[in-house]
Design a protein. Structure first.
Length: 107
């Protein structure tokens, strides 16, 4: 049986600021979910992992929803040939608004 390819996770330089704006108690949850969800099959659509229907100003192609009430959003782009997943942004969804790095963001 063939093993699934393992993707390298590459974090954009701004992601550290994004995570710093999120309550500390969620940091380990976010980190573990990114590892679990994106390390092996980042381009497989699931209930909480979907391709974006239109291009985002972040340059992302995919969105991962995690956490209580799916309030956290991870935006990323995967490159199958290079075996990399670029984590571009981590945001918080509050009702109909998305906040990235403490600022309201529109997709």
């Amino acid at each position: 049986m063939a093993k699934k390819p393992v993707y390298s996770l590459i974090y954009d330089s701004q992601v550290q600021d994004h995570i710093a704006r999120i309550e500390r108690k969620y940091h380990s949850l976010i980190q573990s979910e990114i590892e679990q969800q994106l390390r092996y099959q980042p381009e497989v659509e699931t209930k909480n992992r979907k391709p974006l229907l239109r291009p985002s100003s972040l340059g992302s192609a995919w969105e991962l929803r995690i956490g209580p009430d799916n309030r956290f959003r991870i935006f990323y782009k995967a490159d199958r040939e290079l075996g990399t997943v670029n984590i571009l942004a981590i945001g918080v969804k509050i009702k109909e608004r998305l906040y990235i790095g403490g600022k309201e963001f529109e997709l």
